[in-house]
Design a protein around this ligand. Structure first.
Ligand code: ADP
Length: 521
């Protein structure tokens, strides 16, 4: 059967070889083994279900979270001469009826549906009456409540499926999944560990950068002006921020489009088309933009503010360089962005347990901005990617890696200060104590009596706060799981205090690299 798959690869798509993981996934599915496929963005997940769908008898049902995603996929298949359709709420009632009828008659090889479709009895009845080749959950992380984009309707497909007498082989595909999420997907869909194909997430053509301590607007304007011919996306947190950055750039005569959920459907469509057809080179958008957009020549993805977690960051940043060409992923970091993300978590309707989990994920995102290790490696570690990756050599931190200084003694000073303050306060107050500040609170708690008071008076409070954040990123301090970041010592702290572990830090506080002009704090 795999020969047939190889033939289809050539015949329909014009490719000679499978990409990593594709053949393994396809093989499992052709052997009727339920499978989870984890591959990076642009890794070629669509082929993993399309080729088995073409090989096996019957209709393949693809569950997809976004209407725009479905239409693009269907257009792509139809242009290859493959009968495919989508059934969703964007269609008028009579169109839906006609497509359901055609589905009943087995006239499609592929049908794309939103998860909500499984809530209607008539759809389930139709599925029960036709021969199905497979059911695939695209963007399968949406099924897990530990995923960053959980959709309850995705999860409720599972009990609906159990009402079908004859289930075809099931697939789940995603580009962003932590181990928790993978385990969750596996459990829900009863997929054996041997049938989880994980090719890792590394994207060797992407250069990650964190930019700190610069005026964001000046940076963005200059960066875009230097790249007028290149396509790129700027992500902002709120609609208001999108409008602000859009105005900033369009006032400079730059070719820019905007996209957020507050715009009319027509405006969003026009903006998206203008960007895809290279009429506008820059897209300024909230995270509402991007899922399912297959634009291969995006040369940079710039985050104007801190994203909520590494999962969404990697997914959004990963929209750069799908063609494999070198591309930049830049994050502009400002301390005030943290408050915004905390506010968003706080205001959300999530239960307490979920909120704690979101704070934890946000902290990992903040640590990304403070670490001095390779940024790509940091992300892969976050996903527990065991692939043998060496440092990328091109991120902000790799570019500065040679300029390091032993900061073990300074780290010991900070740790003992945190300890003496009973591990009950945040970075701001610890920095004040170390600086020897006259702040009211210091007197109130009698911290001016501590032996660590004024111990690092040669540093500015800002430097000290940054150093503390860095120690959190190094995992010798933690800020706990709550909304209020209280510094505590980790197990690792012990070895630093005993001098068994050294702490190395980049010396350049504000230094520029010739090529990129990105600053380090
Ligand atoms: P994703 O994993 O992000 O869903 P896609 O399925 O959209 O990725 O594939 C990304 C691009 O890679 C598409 O343009 C697709 O045609 C191409 N592609 C997929 N498989 C192969 C292959 N075996 N050889 C060459 N190109 C491939």
């Amino acid at each position: 059967m795999i020969e047939q798959a190889q033939q289809l690869l050539k015949e329909y798509y014009g490719f000679d070889t499978f990409r990593p993981g594709q053949q393994e996934v396809i093989q499992h599915v052709l052997h009727q083994q339920d499978t989870v496929a984890i591959m990076p963005t642009g890794g070629g997940k669509s082929l993993c279900y399309q080729i088995p769908g073409l090989t096996l008898d019957g209709t393949a049902v693809i569950i997809s979270p976004l209407i725009s995603l479905m239409k693009d996929q269907v257009d792509a298949l139809t242009s290859l001469g493959i009968s495919a359709t989508y059934i969703n709420s964007s269609l008028r009632a009579n169109e839906q009826r006609e497509r359901m009828q055609a589905l009943r008659e087995g006239r499609y090889k592929f049908v794309y549906v939103a998860p909500e479709r499984f809530e209607t009895a008539s759809f389930l009845e139709t599925l029960a009456s036709v021969k199905l080749s497979l059911i695939a959950f695209d963007e399968a992380h949406c099924i897990s409540q530990w995923g960053h984009d959980f959709r309850p309707s995705y999860r409720s497909v599972v009990p609906a499926l159990s009402r079908l007498e004859e289930l075809p082989v099931i697939m789940a595909l995603t580009a962003t999944a932590t181990e928790d999420v993978i385990r969750d997907i596996q459990q829900l869909l009863h997929v054996e560990s041997d049938h989880v194909v994980n090719t890792g997430f590394a994207r060797s053509n992407l250069a990650f950068h964190v930019v700190k301590g610069k005026d964001k607007n000046t940076f963005v304007t200059r960066y875009i002006k230097d790249r007028k011919q290149e396509s790129g996306i700027i992500y902002a947190t709120t609609r208001k921020q999108v409008e602000k950055v859009y105005d900033l750039l369009s006032d400079q005569g730059l070719s820019v489009a905007k996209y957020h959920a507050g715009l009319s459907e027509q405006d969003r469509k026009d903006a998206q088309n203008a960007f895809i057809q290279d009429e506008s080179t820059v897209m300024v958008a909230t995270n509402a933009f991007g899922m399912g957009i297959d634009k291969s020549n995006v040369r940079y993805v710039l985050h104007y503010a801190l994203p909520m977690n590494i999962e969404s960051y990697y997914q959004e940043a990963g929209r750069a360089g799908r063609d494999g060409e070198p591309s930049d992923c830049i994050l502009l970091f400002g301390g005030q962005d943290i408050q915004m993300q905390k506010f968003l978590i706080d205001q959300s309707l999530m239960d307490e347990e979920k909120k704690v989990n979101e704070y934890k994920k946000l902290q990992a995102m903040i640590n990304y901005c403070h670490t001095h290790n390779c940024l790509q490696t940091y992300i892969l570690d976050y996903f527990n990617d065991k692939a043998d990756v060496s440092d990328c050599g091109k991120c902000t931190n790799c570019l500065h890696a040679h300029e390091r200084e032993d900061m073990t003694r300074e780290a010991q000073m900070v740790l003992s200060c945190v300890k003496r303050m009973d591990e009950r306060f945040g970075a701001g107050l610890v920095a004040k104590v170390l600086k020897g500040s006259n702040d009211k609170k210091i007197k109130q708690f009698r911290f001016d009596q501590l032996s660590t008071y004024g111990l690092m008076s040669g540093y500015t409070e800002k430097d000290l706060t940054n150093f503390i954040h860095f120690l959190v990123a190094e995992d010798v301090l933690t800020v706990g799981d709550s909304k209020y970041p209280i510094l505590q010592l980790t197990k690792e702290a012990e070895s630093v205090l005993k001098g068994q572990r050294q702490i190395w830090m980049q010396t350049s506080t504000v230094k520029q690299t010739e090529e990129t002009d990105y600053e380090q704090e």
